[in-house]
Write a protein that binds this ligand. Structure first.
Ligand code: ZN
Length: 286
């Protein structure tokens, strides 16, 4: 089995009060990822927010030029319950237009901001299928204070709407139902536990889905309160821990499990070539 390497490309400053008074870091940290992935000879999936693509078109073009997969992560990083079905459709079309304007051609996947695809917003799979998306990786299959859909199940599967859903991988530890290889959890939890759990998941024939952000490796970021933490200072402290060990930890993992882009797993799952998002002229009504 494989580790699906995912970067949620967004600028955390966009949701922080006076966020843009802090240092600009996304181009620099993204290029650290790019350099490392090149050295390892691996490809990743970058789930890109539309706003960010409009701000850094050259950066998006660079990512695509290195052969990495570009996917959608919402145009303004709004959670699905805040958008509703029609709002989601429009947001996604704007996200696609922003990526195409950077020269991105093949788009297959989507990740909902904050894993906000739940039982209540399951209509999103219909919108995604309708627009031609092959897959979504938007479900956290556990109870969670923010969003979660425990009944979805932990394995990737084709939804009734037609697109595939690849729920994020959880730690295989009773009582600790949090993402195994995502952002802060990957940095902060003991690596022995993470590593053991990932190996177990892989031995059970399941892929290991990861998600990291530009800030996850930003060791120079100023202290500010991160969003979605309810203003809790002890949680915010965790946001700054272990940033220097993220890439070394990934390096250890890749020695036993290959790191691949999401699309390469979906091709395997679907048993053949996958369609890219429906042709732009039709989609954008041009
Ligand atoms: Zn995000």
């Amino acid at each position: 089995m494989s580790i699906l390497l995912g970067i949620d490309l967004e600028d955390v400053r966009d949701w922080v009060e006076n966020g843009h008074s802090y240092r600009e870091a996304v181009p620099e940290t993204t290029r650290i990822y790019l350099k490392q992935f090149k050295a390892w000879g691996v490809q990743a999936t970058f789930f890109v927010v539309g706003n960010l693509a409009r701000r850094y078109p050259q950066l998006i073009a660079e990512i695509a030029a290195e052969g990495h997969e570009i996917a959608c992560h919402g145009d303004r990083h709004l959670q699905l319950d805040k958008l509703g079905p029609q709002g989601f459709r429009e947001d996604l079309q704007n996200n696609l237009a922003a990526l195409r304007a950077c020269g991105v051609r093949d788009i297959y996947g989507f990740r909902a901001p904050t894993f906000s695809l739940t039982k209540q917003t399951a209509w999103a799979h219909e919108v995604l299928s309708d627009l031609g998306f092959t897959y979504s990786s938007s479900v956290l299959p556990a109870k969670n204070p923010l969003y979660g859909w425990p009944e979805f199940g932990r394995s990737p599967r084709k939804t009734e709407a037609g697109c595939w859903e690849l729920p994020v991988t959880l730690l295989d530890v009773p009582g600790l139902r949090v993402p195994a290889a995502g952002g802060v959890y990957f940095r902060v939890l003991p690596f022995l536990l993470t590593n053991w759990s990932i190996k177990r998941t892989s031995k059970a024939g399941q892929p290991v889905l990861t998600y990291f952000h530009p800030y996850d490796i930003d060791t120079k970021q100023e202290r500010f309160m991160h969003p979605d933490l309810g203003g809790k200072k002890h949680l915010n402290l965790l946001m700054y821990i272990g940033r220097a060990r993220l890439l070394p930890r990934l390096d250890k993992l890749r020695r036993s499990l290959p790191l691949i882009a999401y699309r390469d797993y979906v091709v395997r799952l679907a048993g053949g070539p996958v369609e890219t998002v429906a042709d732009g002229s039709k989609l954008l009504g041009e």
